[in-house]
Design a protein around this ligand. Structure first.
Ligand code: MG
Length: 203
């Protein structure tokens, strides 16, 4: 399986990092070795001093898709979870300045926290989903999927023009404003509506 992630999919987040509002989805990938499941601890890596959390709604792809059309796009995902796209902001910034790929800032081990996944029928209106992240019990990010620049369907259509989607692939749909650093000892907890989706201790 593969992890596909979307950058700058919420206007307020694009602005907070002084990035332009994208005209097309910003797509990058993480390897399966980045996944951090089952509330496992995140170990702060030695190559960065500025790891940031980015809480994101995650889609699970349920069948193979290439050149998916918008009419059928919603049938290509069957479950939703909450994740963190951990980002080594210091490495990302250096790479951005040089016009180099972000890969190492985004794809390191443990950089893709993933909750358990909820069948989408159980979630009601998927385009009006509140989600949030707390750090040490204080809310640091609050988002609503209605504020996504590119919808779930638009993302599936766009990505599948380039990359064949396969059952079990995950799409991280971008983070709202409020990204910030973590430190050893922090506890992150993610919520969809009122439901706690994951806990992640920084070790
Ligand atoms: Mg992100």
């Amino acid at each position: 399986m593969k992890v596909i992630a979307i950058g700058r999919n919420y206007i307020d987040h694009a602005k907070e990092l002084n990035n332009p509002i994208p005209q097309q989805p910003v797509v990058f990938m993480k390897p399966d070795t980045a996944l951090l499941k089952d509330n496992k601890d995140f170990y702060y890596p030695e190559f960065s001093t500025d790891i940031h959390y980015e809480a994101e709604i995650v889609l699970r792809i349920c069948k193979e898709g290439k050149h998916v059309t918008s009419k059928f796009a919603s049938s290509y995902f069957d479950a939703i979870g909450l994740g963190i796209d951990f980002t080594a902001r210091d490495i990302q910034q250096k790479h951005k300045e040089k016009g180099l790929p972000w890969e190492l800032a985004k794809s390191f081990d443990g950089s893709a926290v993933i909750s358990s996944l909820i069948p989408k029928e159980e979630l009601g209106d998927l385009k009006n989903l509140n989600f949030s992240l707390t750090k040490n019990q204080e809310i640091v990010q609050q988002g609503n999927t209605k504020d996504m620049i590119f919808s779930y369907e638009e993302l599936i259509v766009y990505i599948s023009k380039f990359i064949t989607l396969r059952k079990g692939d995950l799409i991280y749909t971008g983070t709202p404003a409020g990204v910030g650093p973590v430190a050893i000892g922090d506890k992150l907890e993610g919520f969809i509506r009122e439901e706690k989706m994951f806990i992640c201790h920084i070790k």
